[in-house]
Ligand binder design. Structure first.
Ligand SMILES: [Zn+2]
Length: 227
């Protein structure tokens, strides 16, 4: 048998140490709002410009959160950061792992999986719009759903999480936590009596039409966006 090159071991173990330190650092910290915004900009999930939404509203900001969740490292930093906001809540931590993490829509699914992993929560569900109603993608019997944490990538109006709260109630469960990576400050900060936790509180500027839009007044080039 050949004698392995000892430098290989040294190299490997320092890599592992480095990796563990990095992981510890990520898990220990809740990233600051500035750090999260930097991640969102770097991944293209947050853009500044002059945008027009399908409903005709104008805005100098555009979020497309799944762009931040396509990378393992950034997805993990964001989901673990959000999970720590739930972990410090005694009502939640005392019920773990018998908790369900729920996404109101497809955009929240990567967040829900990341938070579920970080909390070692037992269940995961995700909902979608079907014929104008929000319902779970999975078949669920009444009484099967653990106490729930609703998570989304971004909370703009709060309608999606409010509909999900009603869905959870009809299934005989209750919501013990709610959060998102980004919450618009114009959205509610509570869901029922549960506080909504987020890594970023964003003061969004939305204009109902071009007439009120400051970028239109400056004749800044327009970009039409899908959501
Ligand atoms: Zn405009």
């Amino acid at each position: 048998m050949e004698t392995p090159d000892p430098s290989l071991f040294t190299h490997n173990s320092s890599l592992i140490t480095h990796h563990l330190l990095l992981e510890k650092k990520m898990v220990d910290l809740i990233p600051s709002s500035d750090t999260v915004m930097e991640i969102l900009k770097r991944t293209g999930a947050f853009r500044e410009g002059h945008f027009v939404y399908p409903n005709g509203k104008h805005s100098p900001h555009y979020f497309q959160m799944p762009l931040a969740f396509r990378y393992y490292d950034t997805a993990r930093v964001l989901a673990v950061g959000l999970s720590r906001k739930f972990r410090v809540d005694r009502d939640i931590s005392s019920q773990l792992p018998k908790v369900a993490v729920i996404s109101p829509s497809s955009g929240g699914i990567p967040v829900a999986f990341g938070v579920r992993d970080a909390l070692s929560a037992e269940q995961i569900y995700w909902a979608e719009q079907e014929g104008g109603n929000r319902m779970f993608r999975q078949y669920v019997n009444k009484g099967e759903v653990n106490p729930c944490i609703i998570v989304d990538d971004i909370i703009r109006s709060g309608h999606a999480i409010e509909e999900t709260l009603e869905l959870v109630k009809t299934l005989g469960s209750k919501v013990i936590g709610c959060g998102a990576i980004v919450r618009f400050t114009s959205a509610p900060d509570k869901l029922g009596d549960v506080p909504i936790r987020s890594l970023v509180e964003f003061d969004a500027h939305m204009y109902d039409s071009g007439d009120a839009c400051s970028d239109c007044k400056k004749e800044a080039p327009l970009e039409h966006v899908r959501f």
